[in-house]
Ligand binder design. Sequence first.
Ligand SMILES: Cc1cc2nc3c(=O)[nH]c(=O)nc-3n(C[C@H](O)[C@H](O)[C@H](O)COP(=O)(O)OP(=O)(O)OC[C@H]3O[C@@H](n4cnc5c(N)ncnc54)[C@H](O)[C@@H]3O)c2cc1C
Length: 461
Amino acid sequence: MNTASASFIQSLRQVLAPERVLTSDEDLVPYSFDGTAALKQRPGVVVFPLTTAEVAACVKLARDNEVPVVTRGSGTGLSGGSVPLAGCLVICLVKMDKIIELDEKNLTLRAQSGVITKEIDDACAKVGLFYPPDPGSMKISTIGGNVAENSGGLRGLKYGVTRDYVMGIEVVLPDGTQTFLGNKCVKDVAGYSMKDLFVGSEGTLGIITEVILKVLPRPKARKTMLALYDSMEKAAETISAIIAAKIIPCTLEFLDRMTVQCVEDFAKIGLPTDVEALVLMETDGHPAVVEEEAAQMMALAKANGAHDVRAAADEAEGAKLAAARRNAFSALARIRPTTILEDVTVPRSELARMVAFIDDVAKRHRLLIGTFGHLGDGNLHPTFLTNERDHEEMHRIEAALEEIVDETIRLGGTVTGEHGVGLAKKGFLKRQLGEGSYELMRSIKRALDPQGLLNPGKIFD
Ligand SMILES: Cc1cc2nc3c(=O)[nH]c(=O)nc-3n(C[C@H](O)[C@H](O)[C@H](O)COP(=O)(O)OP(=O)(O)OC[C@H]3O[C@@H](n4cnc5c(N)ncnc54)[C@H](O)[C@@H]3O)c2cc1C
């Protein structure tokens, strides 16, 4: 593989307007990292295509010059997926930001990949429709990045993740071929489901330039509640009781003591800070059903040991309570210079055990870990608050992370529930998958990208 040479950059300037080809040091700095702590690398050149044809032309040039390509959306990824290789070509899709069609007859939305996630739901809301996946980063992340990471969000328990809404994608393959996979049909079994191969492929198999998404009628009512606990076990028991009562809320999120304290300090929402666990609960749907489910959920929270349960009076207050969870990462990030956000997922039945294990690891390794996450999905975000310049502490974090990963796998979990493998988790992938499925994945990568042009060094060692 080569780095971007002067003649390669000159060729890019013949394909794209020169102001959409960045090469100066100060211009490249913002594209040298993503949201993952302690990972950075300077690319050789960053380009901003406006059309799929321009993406394909850049990929063909990169292929002919053997320059590796890293695709980038907004760079909010938390596994190092869009961190460049030294001297590589970064294709940044944020200027491909058009919503092409909102088809109310077929309940689909077609958009370019650089559209910001929240803008998709905002466009739906205007006509009474709904795009449910709502990653915490939805005000900044792109829909292409969401599809490439198969991102989840706070509503995943009831509505699923990005994959559940992708009906079609336009993709540029590593040889520069443009193709469309999928369509607007509700049913389609014509051959392999190729679009699904690209959902969650982290920029290693192709560059997604357009998407067709399924959208839903917007729920007419929503109710948000908070329950406060003096033990994590009681919070976990409430979740099991709600599911056993055959209620599937749209949101069941939790924050531990440290995260609650940091959020209150940051956002001044009026949360009590002497709790071991805070659970955010939300139900949506028909108004009558919402009222009934909310009453049942509050009763179940009390019956399972919540010492305080509150319901928001209206949507505005609900949004304020939900902000407690949405602000968790930013609030924790203020405590120490470096924030390392983990993303392990265990079967729901193992949640309390996993949270207790993380607490024990923090004590034994003398580390500051705030934990929050999607309690209803079993997806936890233990967040290490540290300083990357303190090498001794970074070694203790590595050891702690090894233990957390081993315990996750032992409990039947996964090393990443939504942030992807990228650079951050690739050392653990084989441990989770085993030789057979790891090699199957590699053989797919080799078949589609024999030159290893797209995002080399990500996902696989
Ligand atoms: C504060 C905060 C909160 C977050 N909350 C959540 C959350 O709740 N749930 C969640 O799942 N994630 C969350 N994330 C992680 C992140 O926002 C998601 O992974 C998001 O989907 C990344 O989108 P992006 O546009 O920033 O992509 P980038 O970070 O630019 O790229 C991510 C990966 O996708 C690839 N890629 C990007 N665009 C394309 C494309 N068009 N075609 C092919 N490959 C592409 C890149 O090469 C890279 O591997 C959060 C991050 C932050 C900083």
